[in-house]
Design a protein around this ligand. Structure first.
Ligand code: GDG
Length: 474
């Protein structure tokens, strides 16, 4: 595949495939499920597209290969780089800072060195496959130096970056010893996309206050005389695909089976999260436990199903969280469960897409209570699966999704009394009220899917100004 060049190049930490090793050691690749991959498939249709990313195993990377018409370009990471760049700097330095320092951030100069090295490797891989004048779309907090590194080698390409997570307030971002390098790294792009307007504003403020750059509205003027636009382009899901899946007889039958196997409770409450401290699982369990204690709810009438997908298990804060959650679940069940009827069904696995759709169908109340979340796709997926027009979404105001889904049952997860009141309302509201809210939520999720997001991002990138005089309000 040497010398192949593509006019659209995606760079993300992970490639959109998972490695499968057969019984005789033969390797095959399975497309990872999810909206991002679906959206990229569609935007790459009819274009020459390549995706640059890590294949998920430490050590040598496989040679580039084609999967479903998309060229995949694996970037190698050594075991030490997985520890320092990925688990260290990305997930133990940046992730806490970008999520309101819910746990303290750890700073190590050696992690920063690995972050720079790996970002340079990604940039080199992008430059090697980008055609003259190509569009390069870089994703997320692991690759914030890549925009400037690509520009240094390839001033001919258009560079966009999308931030899947929040961008922190300047007071928190200022803690980063390498804050100016990160700002310069990002400003290598022509266009920077964020989940919320407030995230884009936080970035622009950081440029002004910490890098002393001049800014106007959504535009930042760089030291090399360019202008970079930072704006909100909220991500969404494959709405039609999920709606269709949820309507299949198999998924509906499975939803009934789930209810039955839980002992036909009157109300099923559901949480689906990566096991991450940002997701507010501890706060949710506290509110739930107090509702049981106060006798507002009782098994077998009510049960909480909590799917906690394993995540970042080598990072200490995640290990501690798991221990704490599992202890709490054990205590709640010890106190309130009866034989054959748990108070909390806790599932520390990941499931297939069909099973998720069936769980969403079965859940009377969906609990999405993060302390901070860039968007939260689960909230939108739940809505997309409720073609019956029923179901209640409890949604934290600290998610990006809240800014679009204001008809949800909105809560502040830090306010345990308030959250208890909102959960109780979601359980007890008359069906008419629930349906009214769900109807308005489905309108929002139906109107803007992941395709709209990708198209909007690429249009904004294409039209981003190059020079100060081209910026509308500069
Ligand atoms: C980051 C940002 C932003 C989860 N468990 C299973 C499973 N999932 C799927 C969900 C959903 C996705 O994973 C998780 O997306 P979220 O948005 O909820 O959260 P993060 O992983 O933190 O994602 C976030 C997102 O990027 C996109 O920009 O919204 O704010 O933090 O699609 O359904 N899917 C399957 N089995 C599981 O067990 N099949």
């Amino acid at each position: 595949m040497e010398n192949e060049r593509y006019d659209l190049v995606i760079a993300a930490n992970r490639l959109p495939v998972d490695k499968l090793t057969g019984p005789d050691g033969e390797v095959s690749w399975r497309r990872s499920p999810g909206g991002l991959v679906t959206a990229m498939d569609a935007v790459m249709r009819g274009r020459d597209g390549a995706w640059v990313g890590w294949a998920g195993d430490a050590g040598d990377a496989p040679a580039p290969f084609t999967d479903n018409g998309m060229e995949l370009v694996p970037v190698p990471l050594s075991a030490a780089e997985v520890a320092d760049f990925y688990e260290g700097f990305s997930n133990d330095t940046l992730w806490p800072i970008y999520h309101d320092v819910i746990v303290p951030a750890t700073f190590h100069r050696s992690w920063w060195a690995a972050y720079k090295t790996v970002n340079q490797r990604f940039a080199d891989a992008v430059c090697a496959v980008a055609a003259e004048g190509a569009t390069v779309w870089i994703h997320d907090y692991q690759l914030q130096l890549v925009p400037a590194m690509v520009r240094a080698q390839r001033p001919d390409v258009r560079i966009g970056w999308f931030d899947h997570i929040p961008f922190p307030a300047v007071e928190l971002f200022a803690q980063l010893p390498w804050r100016e390098e990160i700002i310069s790294g990002l400003l290598g792009a022509d266009f920077l996309g964020f989940q919320r307007k407030a995230d884009a504003e936080n970035f622009v403020r950081a440029c002004r206050r910490l890098a002393r750059l001049s800014t106007r509205g959504e535009h930042v003027q760089t030291v090399d005389g360019r202008v970079v636009r930072a704006s909100a382009v909220p991500i969404s899901i494959d709405t039609a695909g999920l709606d269709e899946l949820a309507r299949t007889p198999e998924v509906q039958a499975r939803a009934r089976e789930i209810r039955e196997s839980l002992g036909n409770p009157k109300k099923i409450l559901l949480g689906v999260d990566r096991l991450d401290y940002t997701k507010g699982i501890r706060h949710r369990l506290k509110a739930y436990e107090e509702l049981l204690r106060d006798n507002v709810i009782r098994p077998p009438d009510v049960v909480l199903v909590q799917v906690a997908t394993p995540s970042r298990e080598r990072v200490e804060a995640y290990r501690q969280l798991r221990t704490e959650i599992e202890r709490t679940v054990g205590r709640i069940n010890g106190e309130y469960a009866a034989i054959g009827s748990s108070a909390v069904e806790y599932l520390h696995h990941s499931y297939g897409r069909d099973e998720m759709a069936a769980l969403f169908q079965a859940a009377d109340v969906m609990l999405v209570t993060p302390l901070r979340d860039g968007m939260n796709l689960v909230a939108k997926e739940y809505v997309a699966c409720r073609h019956d027009g029923d179901g209640a979404l409890v949604l934290s105001e600290f998610t990006g999704a809240y800014h679009e889904l204001k008809s949800a049952y909105v809560c502040n997860p830090h306010d345990i009394e308030g959250t208890k009141r909102v959960i109780t309302k979601a359980i007890t509201d008359p069906v008419r009220e629930r349906r009214k809210r769900m109807k308005s939520l489905r309108k929002v999720v139906g109107a803007k899917d992941v395709q709209t997001w990708a198209t909007n991002f690429l249009a904004a990138l294409e039209h981003a100004p190059h020079r100060p005089e081209e910026a509308e309000d500069a």
